[in-house]
Design a protein around this ligand. Structure first.
Ligand code: NAD
Length: 353
């Protein structure tokens, strides 16, 4: 950390994924003195093409403030080595995870292994590194609103003290990792902060998630699978706003705290799909209702009063513009998503089966 409390070297886990790639780019553009190590296993969800521009601008051939490390958070020695790069990380932003709810229903094991055991190994490697070379250090654990479960139509939004009540194997694994981090704070005085964010949207999102799935299918005039009655409500946040929130928490958040992050944009899925079709100039007849997801949470909404009052963060992007920009990005980057889709095995088709 600098005298002003800014990190010198940040280890980002999962930096080749959707949020991670946007975050790594945002940090390097934001702070000209910081170094970033992107540690990622490159699973089906990780994609080096999402950070190709970052590598060119900031990597070894550019400003030399960025490097990619192909590694697994479940491997202690790989994590330990990554923590010592760039003069030694003084901050960790932990995003690496299995993140897709439908996949967690088809196969929960990898979610527990990556999200719970992986977080444990990462915490242990950080502790060992800090024991060996004590230094100011901060760890931000990036979690989700889904750990709080589901809201009824009239329930107040989730606050940081809402009881955890996860309903999918994915959200259970994230809740498990949140509790592990909490226990490390309490037991070992580990300098961690937990963030819980609502649904993100924006560039580089894997096309199995609602918004890019609908855009990429609509562009190809394929049916758009909408679960159940389409009235499940999600709170949408533009991914750059999440990046700014994470950086703000890393710099100024209180160790041991939990911060909710959200967009205050509650939109039913069906309305979202209709908006996307309107932006793309495609007919609503493409909408196809499919059997609801088992355990499908009805509504999420976040109370973000704490992060607003304590750290002064609030979303900058308005939903209408953010959505328009996102649609344009997918239209302009067709080669990116076509390659991602061809690498992934029938991801979209699973919704229609
Ligand atoms: P993503 O699936 O796009 O990216 C996850 C990344 O983690 C991938 O690059 C993958 O290769 C990497 N990874 C997986 N297993 C790994 C391992 N064992 N070791 C190292 N790297 C590994 O996910 P995302 O949507 O970018 O989400 C990132 C984080 O933010 C996750 O922890 C997720 O729970 C959380 N989150 C996501 C959202 C959202 O709307 N997408 C909302 C709130 C919180």
């Amino acid at each position: 950390m600098t005298a002003a409390g800014r990190p010198r070297a940040v280890l980002v886990t999962g930096g080749a994924g959707f949020i991670g790639s946007n975050l790594v780019r945002w940090i390097l553009e934001q702070d000209a003195s910081v170094r970033v190590v992107n540690f990622d296993l490159l699973t089906y969800a990780g994609n080096l093409e999402s950070v190709e521009d970052v590598e060119q601008r900031f990597g070894p051939e550019g400003e030399r403030r960025y490097r990619f490390v192909h590694g697994d958070i479940r491997d202690f020695s790989q994590v330990a080595a990554a923590l010592r790069l760039e003069g030694g990380a003084d901050a960790v932003l932990h995003l690496a995870a299995e993140s897709h709810v439908d996949r967690s229903i088809m196969g929960p094991g990898i979610f527990i292994d990556t999200n719970v055991r992986g977080t444990l190994v990462l915490l242990e490697a950080c502790r060992a590194e800090l024991d060996a070379r004590p230094r100011p250090f901060r760890f931000v654990h990036v979690s989700t609103d889904e750990v709080y479960g589901s809201l009824g139509p009239a329930d107040p939004p989730f606050t940081e003290t809402t009881a955890l009540a996860p309903n999918s194997p994915y959200s259970a694994s994230k809740a498990g990792s949140d509790l592990l981090v909490r226990s490390y704070i309490g037991t070992f005085g580990f300098p961690a902060i937990i963030t819980r964010c609502s649904n993100n949207y924006g560039p580089y999102q894997f096309p199995a998630n609602l918004i890019p799935l609908m855009i990429t299918r609509a562009v190809q005039d394929q049916p758009l699978p909408v679960y159940g009655d389409g009235m499940n409500v999600r709170d949408w946040l533009y991914v750059a706003d999440h990046a700014e929130a994470l950086w703000t928490v890393l710099l100024r958040g209180r160790i041991g705290s939990v911060y909710n992050i959200g967009g205050e944009n509650q939109v039913p899925n069906l309305e979202m799909v209709r908006r996307l079709l309107a932006l793309l100039g495609k007919p609503e007849s493409l909408i196809t209702f499919v059997k609801d997801r088992p355990g499908h949470d009805r509504r999420y909404a976040m109370d973000t009063g704490l992060i607003q009052a304590e750290l002064g963060w609030r979303p900058r992007h308005d939903f209408v513009n953010g959505l328009e920009e996102t649609v344009h990005w997918y239209l302009a980057n067709e080669s990116w998503w076509r390659r991602v889709l061809s690498d992934a095995y029938g991801i979209a088709e699973m919704y229609l089966s």
